[in-house]
Structures are given as C-alpha cells and as structure tokens.
Design a protein around this ligand. Structure first.
Ligand code: PEP
Length: 256
C-alpha cells in the first residue's frame, strides 16, 4: 500500500571503508544480485571511490551517493567537497548529518540544514539522518529530539524540494552496535517523523516522503522492519559491505 505513494530505498553507507579497487570489486559483486530489485538501490561511498563507483554502476540499477557535501559552491574550505563537484561526476544521493558526523566532526542542525539546502539546490537527493542518543531515549525525549532535528534540518526547504528529500531515522544507540531498534520502536519514530512533516508541510507531502530506518539492519531483521507501514527502506552500514547481506536486504524491501 505504502509503495503506491512512495519509493522504498535501500542505501548502503560504506563509511570509511573500501579503496577504489575494492569499491569496484564490491559493486561488481552486488550488481547481479540486485538487478531485479523492486526498490531503489544506492551505494554511498567515500569521496575517492565515487568516480570508480559511478563507472562500475553504469548500466546497472545501482545509484551512487556521497557521504557528505559542503554548502558553499567553492572557496577556502580545505578538505571539503562541493555539491557542484559531486553533481558533475554523476552523484545522485548524498548522506547528510550522519550521527558519526554530528558526534565526531561537530556537525550541528544548522550545518545539516545548510548542506541539505545546498544539495537540493544542486539537484542532489539528500538522505538526512536524524535520531536520538541512548541517554535521550532513556529520558523519554525521543519524540522532541527527533521533531527538533526535523524542523531545524529542513528549515526553509520548500514543499517542492521535499519531494527529493529522504529521511533516515537512525537511533544513535543502534548504529554499528548490533543493537537494532525493535520493529515497533522503528515504526513508532518513523510515524512520528511523518506526523511532524505533515505539520510542517501537509498530509500529502508527508505521505510521499521516503523514511528509512538505519541501525544494525541486516539480512536477518530486515523483513520485520520493512514490513512496517512507515519504514520505507534502510540506510545500511556494516551489512552493506557484504554483497550477499546487502542483496538480502534489497530482496526484503522488494518483498514488503
Ligand atoms: C549507518 O552507518 O548509517 C548504519 C546504520 O550503520 P550500521 O548498519 O552498521 O549500524
């Protein structure tokens, strides 16, 4: 039912893994396994792998994404990459505001918002990550934390632009820890996010947004998570580095 109005997206977040030659090999392994996918398949890879990955994905149904972008078009921002640079080489998606960037690299909702707007202006599809810390969940403030992030991260994003935004709900305590949110917890927060979008925009706009779950999703738990009405896909870290596991998650999204 939900697939009538929105697209399921399974995206791998490779983080700081795979050299260009390893990226080429992994994509060659993944491609035949996902060729009949009934969902969008994306691999978000390190900057230096992008060109090779785009070449390797040519003629397949795999889309390539970056793991970050800067908001300025150019200038004195040593070590950063602009949206124009990504766009010119054929990147389609970009992960923004991943909890590892918030945690280790000082990313704030303000910079997430700037990067999101820049990505949209360049014609990239941002995968905007939100999610609560364990401490925040224990204090029972998940709802307000996530609502605040959605409001700030999408500040000044128009209803038209929202059509190209993907939200990834990633409880920080579940990322790379092997602790998955239960399907009920994932559904509860993804539904909250959708309600928040409905308040900020309107019901129809909110219904059309793809909301992924991320946090130790794997080949074993994907079906249960993806069966939920408001879980429209996954942002996958560890399991995206193993072709068979990633393909099994894509198969689960195709089934559900
Ligand atoms: C992620 O990096 O976004 C992620 C969800 O990682 P993992 O699947 O390894 O928890």
């Amino acid at each position: 039912m939900k697939k009538d109005v929105r697209k399921a997206i399974i995206a791998g977040n490779w983080k700081m893994n795979k050299t260009p030659s390893e990226a080429k090999a992994l994509l060659a392994e993944i491609a035949p396994l996902v060729k009949d996918a009934g969902c969008e398949v994306v691999a978000c890879v390190p900057y230096v792998d992008l060109a090779v990955a785009i070449e390797a994905a040519e003629g397949t149904n795999i889309k390539i994404g970056a793991e970050n972008c800067h908001w300025a078009e150019s200038g004195a921002f040593t070590g950063e990459i602009s949206t124009g640079m990504l766009k010119e080489i054929g990147v389609e998606y970009v992960v923004i505001g991943h909890s590892e960037r918030r945690q280790y690299f000082g990313e704030t909702d303000e910079t997430v918002n700037k990067r999101t707007k820049a990505a949209l202006a360049a014609g990239l599809k941002p995968i905007v990550c939100v999610g609560e810390l364990l401490w925040e969940r224990e204090c029972n403030i998940t709802e307000e934390v996530v609502a605040r992030q959605i409001k700030l991260d999408l500040w000044d994003v128009t209803e038209e632009e929202l059509k190209n935004v993907v939200i990834a709900y990633e409880p920080v305590w579940a990322i790379g820890t092997g602790k998955t949110a239960t399907a009920e917890q994932a559904e509860e927060v993804c539904a909250l996010i959708r309600a928040c979008l409905a308040k900020l925009y309107n019901e129809a706009a909110a219904e059309a947004v793809t909301i992924q779950y991320g946090g130790s999703m794997n080949d074993k738990n994907a079906d249960e998570l993806l069966q939920k009405t408001n879980v429209d896909g996954g942002l996958i870290g560890g399991a995206s580095l193993v072709a068979e596991k990633f393909a099994a998650i894509v198969a689960a999204a195709t089934r559900n």
